[in-house]
Structure formats: C-alpha cells, structure tokens
Design a protein around this ligand. Sequence first.
Ligand code: NAP
Length: 507
Amino acid sequence: MDQATTVDVLIIGAGFSGLGAAIKLVEEGFDDLVVVERGSDVGGTWRDNSYPGAACDVPSHLYSYSFALNPEWSRAFSPQGEIYDYIRRVTHAAGVRDKIRFGVEVTSARYDDTRERWTVETTAGEYDARVVVLGVGALCEPKNPEIDGISEFAGPVFHTARWDHSVPLADRRVAVIGTGASAIQVVPSIAPVVGHLDVYQRTAPWVLPRMDRAYPRFERALYRRVPGLQRAVRALQYVSREFQVVGLTRNRAALAPISALGRANLAMSVRDPALRAKLTPNFEIGCKRILLSNGWYRALTRKNVDVVTAPISRVTPEGIVTADGAEHPADVLVVATGFHVTDSPFFERVHDSAGRTLADKWASEGMEAYKGTTVAGYPNLFVLVGPATGLGHSSMIYMIESQLNYLVDALRTMRDRGLQTVEVREAVQDAYNRELRESTGETVWVTGCKSWYLDAKGNAPAVWPDFTFAFRRETREFDLSAYRRTAVDGAGTENPTGTPTGQAAAL
Ligand code: NAP
C-alpha cells in the first residue's frame, strides 16, 4: 500500500470557507497545509450551481471576503459566473492554488487517539494530518426527492445544483419541482424559452422585490479609486440586513412591514385572484428564507406556465401524476428540492477514535458544536459553516470569516503553547448549546414551517439565532480554557475530571 502523505493541516473543500481557511492560515505561517477538493476547480457551491439565472441574493459588496473587496462587480446582486470568477481570482492572487489537490474526494476521516492525529482516506490515497478543517459547506449535497417512479422517467432528470447544460429546453415541456431560492431564479430564466412549464409548488414562498441594478462604469471606477467608499456601502448593506434579526429572533411584530411588502408585491404582480390565492404564503414571513425576485411572479403569470399545487403522486415515463388524478406530460424534469443540511452524507465519513461518526452523534444528540466550529470527541477538527452558523438574512462570508478568526487563533495558540491537540470540553459545549436552544426557541424559524434550518426533531440547529456581530465577537479569540489539550511530545494529558496533569498543567 502507498504511504500516507503527512501534513500538518488538511482542509477539505475549496469553496469560500475552505479557501478562506487556506488563505488565512498560509498568511499566518501555517505553510504545511493541503486542500483536497473533489471537483476540478475551486468555487464550491458557486461552481456547482450554474443553473440558468443563478445569482446571489445577498448584495455583491457584502458577499465577498473583507480582505479581497471587488470594485468590479457588475451589479448590486452578482450573477453566479462573476462570483465563480471572483473566487478563482482571489485563489490565484493569494497564491494558494498550488496547495489544492483537485479531483480528490475524502471517503473517510478517522481520529486516532493514540497517535493524536487524523487518518484521512481519499480517492487519491491517504493523508496523515494533525488538524482537519471541514470546508465542505452546508448546501453542497443535493437532496433528490423520493417520488414513486422518478427513476422510470423517460427524459432527463437533474437537480438545480447539477444542471445538465447539454439538455436543450427550447420548446420542450419542462417540470420544475420546488419553489425555494433556486427555483425562483431558474423559472423566470427558462420560462420564455421552454414550450410549457409546470411549476410544482408544495408551499408558496414569501417573495420580495430584489433592488437590483447594474453598476455603471463611473461607479465601479469610484470604488476602485476610493476603497473607503466601497467599504461604506458594504457597511450600510450589512447594517440594513442586520435589522431583520430583531424580527427573526426577538420580536416578530418587527417583521410586519416586510410581510406587508411581500403581500403588496404579490397583489401588484398577480392580477388573477385564483393564481394569487395559490401563491399566498400560509406561514410566517422569515420562517423559511425570504426570497428576492423581480421575475418570479411575472413568470408564473405567463400563458405557457402553470403552477401545480396538487401534491405529486408519482412520476411516469411520460410525466407527473398528481393526487387529483391529473396527468402532466413532461420532457424534462428539474428538481429544485434543496440540499441535505442537517443530514449531510459527509458527516457519515467523519469518525472519532472509537469509530463513531459525526452523523450518528448528531442524529442522536442533535447537531451541535461549540461556537459552530469544534465538537467534543473530535479533537483538532474545525468545522466551517458548522452547526448554528447558517443565515437567512445576510452574508455567509461574514460568518465564515468569524470562524476563520477562531481557527487561526486556535492554531496560533497551539503553536505558541506547544500543544498537539485541543478538544472542546463536553460540558462547555453542552452549556453553550443549551443557551443557543433557548434563544432559538424564540425565533420565527420554529413557528411551524418546514425548512433546511430544522432537523428531524423540529429544532433549528443549523441557524445562528442572534445578530451576526455577536458571533463575530464570540469567535474573535480562541478560548483555550474551554478545551482539553495535550502537549506536542505526548506528555501531560488531562485526567478524566479535566484537570491538567504533568506538562499540560503548565500549558
Ligand atoms: P430549498 O429552499 O430547500 O427549497 C426546496 C423546495 O423544494 C421547496 O419549495 C420545497 O417545498 C420543495 N420540495 C422539496 N422536496 C419536495 C418534494 N418531495 N416534492 C415537492 N416539493 C419538494 O432549496 P433551494 O431552493 O435549493 O435553496 C436552498 C438554500 O440555498 C437557500 O435557502 C439558500 O440559503 C441557498 N440559495 C441561495 C441562493 C442565493 O441567491 N444566495 C440561491 C439559491 C439557493 P417545501 O417548501 O414545501 O418544503
């Protein structure tokens, strides 16, 4: 068998989080680092989600790394291609591309208590790493619907995150299943092209207008010459989004103006009362992600588009049969049914020293980490975009950068103090999550709708239930006292009460 590649830090994934980790760690002098990426390029979700109309619904200036602002965004809300190019440019400029091994998929990561290191099996051999950083993202594993007969469908079937660009849609009958953030971007883009479009809606989303506009050349030049101006615009975008947190997490009455805007948007866009009734949401605004689109409602009023609200019974080779017995012929089936978030299959590949997987631990005990990043029982593992870091209202890059501060300070602390391992104390993690659960209990996300924020038990372990600056504050510094630790030479582990002994007592 080939020898394992020994590396100090192994980062899994080269999307925004994994790349950010590589850039920040290399900057801090952690050069013995490898990034493994299953795809053939950087970009993660922005590489994979190339469906027609894909764009970011967080403003461009805010949806970028704070250390790599981009004055050249063409619009207020950037299209996918521009974000993908941005990530590639940043990777190149930061000089970390040669750290990335493309086409390498991790099949298992196992911590070894005796060696105090991780053994990571991949499709291209084994890595032996001291520290593992999970940068696999939360919205990366497409969730395909389990519908009777779907595998028998005669035409192409693909998920929005795996768009098959070789399939022509012009003049064909297309069915789109789902009405979430992805579907509302796809549908307006393909509706003018296809012959007929059936949109299968299980739950009508809240949709607000998207205040989008192209940035004229002079404005971009201004951002280029006066970076402070771009920072000011970014700060304004950040603050205005943060206001939503009051309504989402503390006082739902504060969401009333937003729901009024949503209702007005629907009333002004859809004149037909029957269609409007179908499209009227029946849950509290904010419970699911609030969607932004200027084209969604208009697309649904087109003559060649039908909104089907009867539940899907089964798929036949020719199309879809709904519970009312109607048969809806289709040539192409697009599933816009979201992602495995709290049940990501990747968690099945991460094992503690006793062989227990993160998937098993989180399924039975709840998806919990400490500060969204570290997990008791899994030393030297840092999870980016981990539990309780998801957002519905603002930029995930802000949360990622907060975690990067924590990660870099953790590794710096370990280096300065000669530590081999750190592992969050279970009691600290439990207390942290007790508080989080109490806060989440007050939020709009647990008011009865279904969303990817929730786990099978109806808790919302995926979302951060507070202002994002509160998360930034709590991740500013690595709090070593919350961790059990061992020294580099193996001396001085802790006794079961958590009291350091030997050399560790002095660390
Ligand atoms: P999603 O929000 O989870 O929506 C999935 C949709 O599919 C929902 O309408 C759901 O209906 C429906 N669905 C699921 N299973 C179904 C089934 N078996 N039969 C019928 N309908 C079914 O997924 P998404 O639209 O891909 O978005 C996921 C997340 O990705 C977003 O919340 C957002 O965070 C991110 N995203 C961001 C952007 C952006 O602009 N930044 C764009 C796209 C996606 P129910 O509502 O009834 O469950």
